[in-house]
Design a protein around this ligand. Structure first.
Ligand code: SF4
Ligand code: SF4
Ligand code: FES
Length: 248
């Protein structure tokens, strides 16, 4: 017989004028290899069909099941209940717009962020569908791929003190995106143009550097390294401008 688990789950529907934020308690027996996703599905099937939470892939790929698990952002489908105490508190991710219960709208936030930082290859070359694929050095392609693994789950944003205090802060996820494009030889943006995007208080200079983002990232993206590299590059760019050394 498995442990008896007690779930304390945040409930609130902002669209329902009668809804009041509160916590509901659900009790269930733990099964072997039970993930939080399995537990939540069982609660919805057997105890409360109105419980709202997001999921899609169930394999840590789509990033949609992120929530705050006993105070720490994480993916429900990748979290085994046996790694948690018997009392489990689940809250929706902060920073993002609440849809209801544990479901938040990360999509709108990510879309705005991607537009703000120009999260695509900027090139003057015209797209030619008949042209052969551009070749890239394998080692560089792997370095870029390492940063491309982000699943836009929002855990790093939810854990970030600055993002929680300031709506305009782009977060570690955006800086990771910029670091990825700075490495990519196909992106023709200059260092000054990158500076315009993240060399500000909304970008790298708003970051407090305490690295909660890297601690909670379920894909182990090396955010600490990227934030350090960008801080040095953007800091140097500021110095160049201050002393009018010219720009790159
Ligand atoms: S290191 Fe920067 S981006 Fe990461 S959590 Fe702290 S303030 Fe946010
Ligand atoms: S960097 Fe990590 S925590 Fe942040 S959105 Fe991407 S996968 Fe999630
Ligand atoms: S359901 Fe896709 S990451 Fe959890």
């Amino acid at each position: 017989m498995g442990r008896e688990l007690t779930f304390h789950i945040f409930r609130y529907d902002p669209e329902d004028p009668d809804s009041i934020p509160h916590t509901d308690i659900f009790i269930m027996e733990e099964k072997e290899n039970m993930t939080l996703f399995i537990a939540l599905t069982q609660i919805r099937e057997e105890q409360d069909p109105s419980l709202q939470f997001d999921f899609c892939c169930r394999a840590g790929i789509c990033g949609s099941c992120a929530m705050v698990i006993n105070g720490r952002p994480g993916l429900a489908c990748k979290t085994l209940t046996r790694e948690l105490p018997k009392e489990i508190t689940l809250m929706p991710l902060p920073v993002f717009k609440l849809i209801a219960d544990l479901s938040v709208d990360t999509g709108a936030w990510f879309r705005a962020m991607n537009e703000k930082v120009g999260s695509w290859i900027h090139t003057s070359k015209k797209f030619d569908p008949s042209a052969r694929e551009e070749r890239m050095d394998n080692a560089l392609a792997e370095e870029i791929y390492e940063l491309e693994r982000c699943v836009e789950c929002g855990c790093c944003v939810a854990a970030c003190g600055t993002a929680n205090m300031r709506e305009d802060f782009v977060g570690a996820v955006a800086m990771n995106r910029i670091a990825r494009f700075m490495m990519d030889p196909r992106d023709e943006r200059t260092e000054d143009e990158y500076f315009e995007v993240i060399g500000t208080d909304e970008g790298i200079f708003g970051c407090m550097g305490l690295l909660a983002c890297e601690d909670v990232c379920p894909k182990n993206i090396p955010l600490q390294d990227q934030l350090g590299i960008l801080r040095r590059k953007m800091g140097w760019n500021t110095v160049k401008h201050l002393f009018r050394f010219g720009s790159s």
